[in-house]
Design a protein around this ligand. Sequence first.
Ligand SMILES: *Cc1c(COP(=O)(O)O)cnc(C)c1O
Length: 383
Amino acid sequence: MKFPSMAEADGRTLGDEEVAAVERVIRSGMLNSVWGTEARELEREVARMYGSRHAIACSSGTAALHLSVVAAAPDPGDEIITTPITDFGTVAPILAQNAVPVFADVDPSDGNLDPGAVAALIGPRTRAIMAVHLFGAPARIHELRALADENGLTLIEDCAQAWLAELPGGGLAGTTGHVACLSLQQWKHITCGDGGVAITRDEELARRMRLFSDKGWDRAAGRSHAAFGLNYRMSELQAAVARAQLAKLPGVLAARRRTALQLMDALKDQPGIRLPRPQGHAWWLFPIVCPGGDAPELAAHLATAGVPARAGYLAQPLNRAPVWEARIYGTARYPLDGYTPNPCPRAERMVDRTLLVIDWNENYTSGHVEAIAQEMARYRGRA
Ligand SMILES: *Cc1c(COP(=O)(O)O)cnc(C)c1O
């Protein structure tokens, strides 16, 4: 059975609306968002969807995360606490600002940051917490916000995998932290190839992020540079496609939720697995925990049967990534001299043995769900 893939047209929602959007921009003659209208409209639309005062469109999710670290304004050598189970785009911006990533261990039921582990790592150099709503499951963001407030830290929410994820008490993931970041990369819920958006309610944080995304150039002040910045601007072509995609986002979420709940139901009596908590889940992927440690074997069985599933999500959790052995800035290691990332035994066990992820898609049918459930049962019968 062919599973729709986010790498192909059958697993994307790209259609006539996106074609018309691109054509509209090209025919306008203005492809750059400094003078165009599409990126500013996208910002208004995302801000409205999230009930957030400010949105800054930029070139990628990683760029949005870099802006959020800039907004947190760590001094060189300050520490930012984050999770070892995430895309490297969460961590790279910490290094880019000469800050030090401090990895906190995760909750083994969903791979999201454990607030207790975060609390234990807060020290005099801690400047921010970067939480990730992993695979679309809401992280324990209210507890993290309380920790941030008690300690005067900035809380950044990485929502790249969690468009429209909902928090247990209501409200969207991305509205509790000081800044939240979204991604429009090819493999996310909606895409314009590459793109990102940072949202915030805070005027000053928004100002810092906007300046950094445009070479520190306050366009109202003439050709004058008020701050250090790079060029992280989104193009009008990206923004126009993103706007067409944003209009389809609620439908994408509804479809993913419907079939994910079908799979939850089909697997509810299967032994040897722990299913995700479905409340508020955005189902970027469908994660399953195998407490017995046989996720690699189950993933191999599913993959052989044509189900798009992988064990571990990462080759190794980011606290174990080879990058920490490498030189990062020329021959210098500052501010990472003598740096060794913390051990995170629960994250390490998840990635090595217990975590299975199944690609999820808005175009799955109940036939796809049945095929997955059947192969899961076949593996159990054999194991
Ligand atoms: C995809 C992703 C990023 C990076 O986004 P890009 O748009 O690929 O730069 C960051 N964090 C998480 C959790 C992601 O899934």
